[in-house]
Design a protein around this ligand. Sequence first.
Ligand SMILES: Nc1ncnc2c1ncn2[C@@H]1O[C@H](COP(=O)(O)OP(=O)(O)O)[C@@H](O)[C@H]1O
Ligand SMILES: CC(C)(COP(=O)(O)O)[C@@H](O)C(=O)NCCC(=O)O
Ligand SMILES: [K+]
Length: 231
Amino acid sequence: MRLLIDVGNTALKAALCQQGEIKPCDVSALPWRQINELVYACVGKSEQLHHILSQADSYCVPCFEAKVSKELGRLTCAYQQFENLGIDRWLALIAAFTLWPQQDCIVIDTGTATTIDVLSAQGQHLGGWILPGLDLMTHSLTQNTQRVFDDVNAEFSNQLGVNTPNGLKNGALVATIGAIEQAKLHTTAKKPQLIFAGGYAKLLQRHFCGAIYDPHLVMKGLNQWYELSKN
Ligand SMILES: Nc1ncnc2c1ncn2[C@@H]1O[C@H](COP(=O)(O)OP(=O)(O)O)[C@@H](O)[C@H]1O
Ligand SMILES: CC(C)(COP(=O)(O)O)[C@@H](O)C(=O)NCCC(=O)O
Ligand SMILES: [K+]
């Protein structure tokens, strides 16, 4: 079995992969005796990751860290300084290119930040944007203004706000939706495939018809990175 670890700036996610099947797992109860390799990607700092790597060491499980490269197969990174691209973005692009070949894709990963990346049908990463995640947008306003306040029970919607929490939350949502609409202007395809992953992916996906929600997109990309890189 292969253990996959994705460390973001908010949360560490783990999954076990067997015969291509990816299942989220709890890192506090890992079946170390059945794990024969650990593949991980890290954009945030994580004491938890260091603990897991030392456990792997004690069980003699080989560990491999995913890194961004200029090219991987027919996929090409838009960044000149490719090492500066977030590895989670690169992994999501690997998964999108593998799962939706020959299609222009727009990959949206909503985590601490919301990242939007445009990928051509030929596997050319055209670039993208980094936005504050929905929670970061609302928290930055409530913490830096006197009179803007949130309501945990208020839903995110694209309706006009008729009270402060609506104005706050709906503003964060429509700003993110607007950025995704802008990304569509950068693909030549009439109907690019929109693929959503991350904490608020399900919420955002509902605003785009034909869009895909894949909670395991980054994990699939991590697994494919290893398969493509180990040979
Ligand atoms: N199930 C959920 N429902 C709503 N928001 C979520 C959920 N899970 C995570 N989030 C939000 O998404 C962000 C964390 O998601 P995640 O993709 O784990 O982030 P990261 O990859 O940056 O660690 C936080 O802003 C959190 O509030
Ligand atoms: C933008 C990110 C912080 C998103 O990470 P996350 O929200 O998943 O924690 C991450 O992709 C990152 O650290 N990027 C480096 C800068 C760049 O991609 O240009
Ligand atoms: K992420």
